[in-house]
Design a protein around this ligand. Sequence first.
Ligand code: HEC
Ligand code: HEC
Length: 341
Amino acid sequence: MKLLATLFLISLFTACNTNPRSEYLAIAENADNTETEINQEHPGKKLMENNCYVCHNPKTAEDAMIAPPMVAVKMHYISEETSKEEFIEAMVAWAKNPSEEKSKMPGAIKKFGLMPYQFYPEETIKQIADYMFDNDIEEPEWFDAHYKQMHGDRPQMKGRMGRAMGNGKGMGKNQNTNTQPSVNDRGMQMAQTTKAELGKNLMSQIQKNGVIAALDFCNVQALPITDSMATVHKAYIKRVTDKPRNPKNKANAAELQYLENFKKQVTAGDEVNPIVVDLGKETEFYYPIVTNSMCLKCHGTPGKELETLTLSKIQELYPMDKATGYGENEVRGIWSIRFEN
Ligand code: HEC
Ligand code: HEC
């Protein structure tokens, strides 16, 4: 009876496609015994795939991983004693401020470098953690062997983890259904993979060669990398802004309006949803690009985060530069993506 009521409520929430988040959380907590049944509906699953799988993707080959797979993260954060509340709290704390002191995976930091900070609404992380705690997370094919090699035999998974894995009803099973990804998902994936590609290159340039060399890199490579991702995705991908560094990246009138919308949402700390425009044969997809502390080295306040030497190099490369004076968690621009339906 309880199960039926729960499923009914969930279908109500998802059917009208409003924000099911807070209501959902409350329901999931009441429905302790039904977690595998509601598995496919959980909003945390999509949020995790959109926000975290850019780097934590179980489908990536072992030698191409740029971060540990999510199942490994889960194993390091949940032991038999860990309550769901503790787990959610730890995930939120990590996402707010990834740091070596807080790490439970120092080996991963050594291998991949520290996870770059990125703004996520707290509610998003809570939903992801809520989903991760109750559900089986897809494992890469190579994971079992890797685990045995690194850590010996795998511990008997107890509690929720064991239950979910035992009955084989996890994500792994749902992955290969041939439902077409929605245009929304496709746009988001293009934005996220392009961002990851740019971000990864930028981070390693700064780490290896310093900010000035990284500037040269952005100057020469930002547009070609974006273009090459556009080729990969067979789409038209741009990063545009109201305050361009490169005049080629100036937003048009429509884009400016979307950008203003996103600014309001981000300032309010709201969950940000992409803007999707259906043009019949094509879809337009817009999503904000938000700053973190790393960006300020080149987009921050001159004399503060933006050092004088960096600034003069920027002015040399971009005499018309408008892209300074940003703080953290501000909308620096938007992804403007167009692709065929
Ligand atoms: C741009 C790449 C990237 C994205 C996107 C990303 N991560 Fe990470 N994450 C990493 C890397 C690299 C590590 C391993 C190094 C480390 O632990 O800092 C990591 C490690 C972690 C850890 C373990 C931290 C520790 O050391 O104890 C957690 C928890 C985590 N990520 C959660 C998330 C969640 C949740 C998301 C999505 C909301 C996410 N990550 C998105 C790159 C990323
Ligand atoms: C090492 C310096 C550097 C860092 C760090 C940096 N950028 Fe930039 N950024 C640039 C340069 C240079 C350009 C111009 C690229 C071009 O010519 O296309 C640029 C351009 C952009 C653009 C395109 C619009 C425009 O103004 O031309 C966006 C959006 C952007 N950066 C966002 C970010 C974000 C977000 C971060 C942090 C995650 C970041 N940048 C970090 C140097 C940097």
